[in-house]
Design a protein around this ligand. Structure first.
Ligand code: GLU
Length: 482
């Protein structure tokens, strides 16, 4: 029987879920889905000072909002828990001891000051730093004496010089000269594991078969492989994804725009659009059609076809894609998502059906859900005429508005076709009798009813506003022009 495919996403809760981590999560999720495997969430909170509950919650919420729910994780458990490293602190020391017993690791009593001095010397000599191995050959008596003084040792992995080769699923064959890696710490003197050690022990015990992560971890991989080998454990397959860069090719950061998934959501991005967009950072659909839901992406996804180069995070493209999703989304679902962005308005003046109608007729030019606040303004507020002052006070409006007011009394507001036809008649009437261009007639009407020169379809707008409101606004506009 072939080995079960098990992947994981292992964020550190030292910040809100980053969009880059969301992409890593998605690729792991897709790989698991494609191979009938399991996708595990592990919270890497060994750095207790930088980790927080709030960040952990943000990671959970953001992954769930994106639909990247896990098969095993801290909240739901699973066969290889606990899934939070801080709850696994009792697991790591025995594996460190095992490595000491086998001669792969040793205790190191160097203080931070000792190590800083070594760093400085290397810097002066302009050579890459490597631990001096001062503590490698301490005798038992020497170690006992240091311990008796109360000095707590860290534990270092002894790195032997060799050429280490592994086949990366994304980058192909990679070679490392381990001679360049100094003996590195696996346990800190306070008894907690370092990242490189905890990650190996956890991946090993959680039976992770494939490690798919950002290439910022690539320099850790040789160290991790050495630990697996020393433990006699099976080395997982690694796949390192190119980095996500800002349009100016620097590291994506807050100064370029949102970087946390929760901030994108707050700004009005749809999670489906976000997910679709991040999938394209490294992956390309075989049919060239970029708009795809997660199931379609999963069906077409091949990890060895992921581009190994960096991807540029183009906010403009994301905006475009978000707009495409807004245009196509089921109207009821879209209305649910838009309503929180209209919290400044009294939306209760309309029925649910009317609200859906408002969203339907305003969605065409919208990029972000937050745009709806401005674009639906005049449905919930009296129009502000400052922007259309000239039109309302102009010669066309002076003639069109009173006539329109008169005509509106006979509109059947339940019948879009009736409004449509009568508006058409009005345009023809002014064209024939006053030589007003149809556009000019409509501008006057739109300006009076909405305070704007552009917006939702006029027939729909008139219908949604209703007879009383249309009357009121037209009278206000006529008075305004006096
Ligand atoms: N905790 C690491 C991070 O957040 C990920 C570790 C890994 O994927 O190996 O960058």
């Amino acid at each position: 029987m072939s080995e079960e495919i098990r992947v994981r996403i292992a964020p550190s809760p030292s910040g809100n879920l980053h969009i880059g981590t969301a992409r890593t999560a998605l690729f792991n999720y897709l790989f698991a889905k494609k191979n009938n495997g399991k996708y595990v969430l592990r919270i890497e909170d060994t750095d207790l000072d930088r980790s927080s509950e709030a960040f952990k919650q943000n990671i959970f919420d953001s992954l769930k909002a994106l639909g990247l729910s896990w098969d095993e994780g801290p909240d739901i458990g699973g066969p290889y828990g606990p899934y939070k490293q801080s709850q696994r602190f009792d697991i790591y020391p025995k594996y460190a001891q095992m490595l000491i017993d086998k001669g792969y690791a040793y205790e190191c009593f160097c203080s931070n000051e000792d190590l800083e001095k070594e760093h400085e010397i290397a810097k002066e000599k302009k050579i890459p730093y490597k631990y001096s191995r001062k503590c490698l050959n301490l005798t038992k008596e020497e170690k006992d004496a240091l311990k008796a003084k109360g000095i707590k040792p860290s534990i270092r992995f002894k790195v032997d010089a060799k050429e280490l080769i592994f086949n990366d699923m994304v980058k192909g064959e990679l070679k490392f000269d381990t001679n360049l890696i100094g003996d590195f710490a696996i346990m800190k003197s306070n008894g907690t594991p370092t990242y490189n050690f905890a990650v190996v022990i956890d991946d090993m015990l959680m039976k992770i078969s494939h490690v798919i992560r950002g290439e910022d971890h690539i320099s850790n991989t040789p160290k991790q492989i050495l630990i697996y080998e020393a433990l006699g454990a099976k080395v997982p397959q690694f796949g390192h994804l190119g980095m996500i860069l800002a349009p100016d090719r620097s590291k994506l950061s807050k100064r370029h725009g949102a970087t946390a998934v929760s901030d994108f959501i707050k700004q009005g991005y749809l999670t489906d659009a976000l997910l679709n967009f991040v999938a394209l950072l490294g992956w390309a659909p075989s049919d060239g059609n970029e708009i795809k839901n997660v199931d379609e992406i999963a069906a077409d996804f091949r990890i060895n076809e992921i581009s190994s180069s960096n991807s540029i995070f183009e906010y403009e493209k994301l905006n475009w894609m978000n707009g495409q999703y807004i245009k196509k989304m089921d109207i009821s679902k879209l209305t649910d998502l838009v309503l929180p962005f209209l919290k400044n308005y009294n939306t209760s003046i309309y029925s649910r059906k009317q609200l859906e109608h408002i969203i339907e007729v305003t969605r065409e030019p919208v990029t972000l859900l937050s745009d709806f606040e401005n674009d639906t303004y005049y449905f919930f507020n009296e129009p502000d005429y400052t922007e259309v002052d000239e039109i309302i006070k102009g010669d066309v409006a002076k003639i069109v508005l009173p006539k329109f007011l008169e005509q509106v009394q006979n509109y059947d507001f339940d019948n879009e076709e009736d409004i449509h036809d009568k508006l058409g008649e009005l345009r023809s009437y002014f064209k024939e009798n006053h030589s007003f261009k149809p556009k000019e007639t409509m501008w006057a009407i739109r300006s009076a009813l909405t305070g704007r020169t552009r917006g939702a379809d006029m027939v729909a707008t008139i219908q949604i506003l209703g007879k009383d409101e249309a009357n009121k606004r037209l009278k206000t506009a006529i008075n305004y022009a006096q």
